[in-house]
Design a protein around this ligand. Structure first.
Ligand code: KIV
Ligand code: ZN
Length: 388
């Protein structure tokens, strides 16, 4: 079985849709270029029916991006499809991504359509998109809360109509990894023409399980994962691209999946998004948070300074950082403090180190963390004893 996972980045669509992450045209364009450098196979550039601005932006991204496919999202309505098709006019590798909800709750309260009407609308949309472009993705919104028998029917029908990717979203982040894996396994086994399409997943993070669900899906046959930089997206966000990719990379002996992502572009991508939106990621965010490669506790610092593998399961360089961070705080030990001071040019005897250590841990108790300026000021206060 082909173990290559297509990375479909939706930072510019699902990510941008979330409060606080709106981006203008030139910001979206520069992020799209960074996503191309990162090696995203598909960049979902926007939802062209949403606004004139989004339409123009998708068009411009389509004109600019050459190696990644560019996707435009649309409902199965004709006016949506027309906008998406037009927005992709100049794209080198265009993909129409059309969706409709398939869960009973969405069909009843949102769409006010029955199953036959939803299936008919999906098939018509895919047939129409197919008259313009080869690459057509169909998503069954709220799939994880839909009747699997209806999913089999609708996916079979859209594949027959020409869909080349079928997407199974956990729209409300409700699934558990083992049941989501089972759903993907069932689709793979029971959709009769499944060999003509790629199975994709799109997991939201309402229970903090988006990455786990995406990996469980891959283990059970999904070959496209939809995700975003820093995990941004509606409500609690989408599966985080950096976590999905680095989980596969770090545990490749156990999972044996490959992606086209250049992992060294992960940190620059995260930083660019942060700069554009002004929204920082939480300190302890996996892979890209400020503390992801920082060590403060003395025992950890000692281990990492002797051999980083003691406390790091991937190298900081592998995700585009230049090094890890040894943070001096009240939990730090003398070993790390000596190394830190030596790196700043202070060579101390054991006795002087002990005195400096006492002063610095007392300062850390008051200030919580101690920066280089604090260290310099402590050392200059010990002028008689510190040789620079
Ligand atoms: O969460 C979702 O179901 C979506 C679809 C449009 C793919 O974003
Ligand atoms: Zn979504």
């Amino acid at each position: 079985m082909n173990n290559h996972i297509t990375i479909f980045d939706t930072t510019l669509r699902d990510g941008e849709q979330s409060p606080g992450y709106s981006m203008n045209r030139s910001e979206k364009l520069s992020l799209a270029l960074q996503l191309e450098r990162l090696g995203a196979d598909v960049i979902e550039a926007g939802f062209p029916i949403a606004s004139d601005g989004d339409f123009q932006t998708v068009r411009e991204i389509g004109k600019t991006i050459k190696t990644s496919s560019v996707a435009a999202l649309c409902r199965t309505r004709q006016e949506d499809l027309d906008r998406a098709v037009a927005a992709l006019e100049f794209a080198a590798k265009p993909r129409v991504h059309t969706f409709i909800a398939t869960s009973d709750i969405h069909m009843k309260y949102k769409l006010k359509l029955n199953r036959d009407q939803v299936l008919e609308s999906a098939v018509k949309a895919v047939e129409f998109a197919k008259t313009h472009y080869d690459d057509v993705e169909f998503s069954a919104e709220d799939a994880s809360r839909s009747d699997p028998e209806f999913l089999i029917d609708i996916f079979t029908a859209v594949i027959e109509a020409g869909a080349t990717t079928i997407n199974i979203p956990d729209t409300v982040g409700y699934a558990l990894p083992w049941e989501f894996g089972e759903l993907i396994r069932t689709m793979k086994k029971r959709i009769p023409n499944i060999q003509k399409a790629v199975i994709s997943v799109h997991c939201h993070n309402d229970l903090g399980l988006a990455v786990a669900n995406s990996l469980a899906a891959a283990q059970n046959g999904a070959r496209q994962i939809e995700c975003t930089i820093n995990g941004i997206g509606e409500r609690a966000g989408n599966a985080s691209l950096e976590e999905v990719v680095m989980a596969m990379e770090t545990r490749k002996n156990n999972m044996d999946f490959t992606t086209s992502v250049n992992t060294r572009e992960i940190y620059p991508s995260s930083q660019l998004l942060t700069q554009i939106t002004g929204k920082r990621v939480q300190l302890n965010k996996a892979i890209v948070g400020e503390n992801a490669f920082a060590h403060e506790a003395g025992i950890h610092q000692h281990g990492v300074l002797n051999n980083p593998l003691c406390y790091e399961i991937m190298t900081p360089e592998s995700v585009g950082l230049t090094s890890n961070k040894i943070v001096i705080g009240k939990h730090s030990g003398r070993f790390a403090l000596r190394k830190k001071l030596e790196s700043m040019g202070y060579m101390l005897s054991n006795e002087k180190l002990n005195r400096a250590y006492d002063k610095i841990t007392r300062l850390a108790d008051e200030k919580k963390t101690v920066n280089d300026h604090d260290l310099i000021s402590v050392m200059s206060g010990m002028n008689d004893t510190a040789e620079k």
